[in-house]
Design a protein around this ligand. Structure first.
Ligand code: ZN
Length: 253
């Protein structure tokens, strides 16, 4: 039992009892503050996740809008081609009236056929673009709906967060002032020990109840003598295994 530290053993059991109660009170207050912080700590993360999700959706939306514009531009180009080809056909038709021989007639005929094919091709391209625009439009609708839904969700989360911040600020202030009072009633060396144990403990527990002759923090067994002394509030006992301060089970009775 080299690691066992028994402090303030010369003090009366009444004085030790007060210290144990104050330490337990300090722990209870700190655990409540920890809970408030955890509660607040999750919502900001959810809010920022939603914000980045919406940002990504907006990027996707602007990509789809760009694609739509490209198809619309392509339709305009093809329509212009049809206009140009139609004008050429008119021109060739009137030229064909004035031909002097078969060779000229055939040459113009070839041009006419070529422009007719150009018109057909352009019409095909327009049809394809129309299909693409419709499909793209469906995608745009879906993304817009998703953005609306996520924004609604974000608004809820933000208002939840601001409500929690408002409500917990008050509670936290009250807890902090209670904490100050509790801290004042304990020797500073004991407060320092309490704080350093709390820092090294994952769950922030520095003070735990003794639980059937075992440490309530790490479940390491405590000798019958120490267990009795703790119950009788005769000593401030630090768990040999985890270093936590052990208090009687009925400390909050
Ligand atoms: Zn322990």
């Amino acid at each position: 039992m080299a690691k066992t530290k028994t402090k303030e053993s010369s003090y009366s059991s009444a004085a030790i009892s007060v210290k144990l109660e104050s330490l337990y009170q300090l722990q209870t207050i700190d655990s409540k503050i920890d809970k408030l912080k955890i509660l607040r700590g999750e919502l900001p993360l959810e809010v920022s996740d939603l914000e980045s999700e919406i940002e990504k959706l907006n990027d996707r939306l602007s990509n789809q809008v760009t694609i739509e514009e490209e198809f619309k531009n392509s339709i305009n180009d093809q329509e212009q081609k049809i206009k140009d080809a139609t004008a050429l056909i008119e021109k060739y038709n009137s030229q064909q009236m004035k031909v002097r021989n078969n060779r000229e007639f055939n040459a113009i005929n070839k041009e006419l056929e070529f422009q007719a094919l150009e018109i057909e091709l352009a019409k095909k391209k327009i049809k394809n673009s129309d299909v693409e625009i419709t499909e793209n439009g469906d995608k745009i609708k879906l993304i817009k709906a998703k953005i609306r839904e996520r924004k609604k969700h974000l608004k809820n989360k933000k208002s939840q967060l601001s409500d929690i911040i408002k409500s917990t600020e008050k509670e936290e202030d009250q807890l902090l002032s209670k904490r100050k009072k509790a801290e004042k009633s304990i020797d500073s060396s004991l407060v320092d020990a309490y704080s350093s144990i709390r820092l090294s403990s994952k769950n922030g527990l520095s003070v735990v109840k003794i639980d059937r002759d075992a440490c309530g923090g790490c479940f390491n067994s405590v000798t019958a003598q120490h267990s009795l002394n703790i119950r009788l509030r005769k000593e401030i006992y630090f768990c040999e295994n985890c270093g936590r301060i052990l208090v009687p089970e009925d400390i909050d009775a």
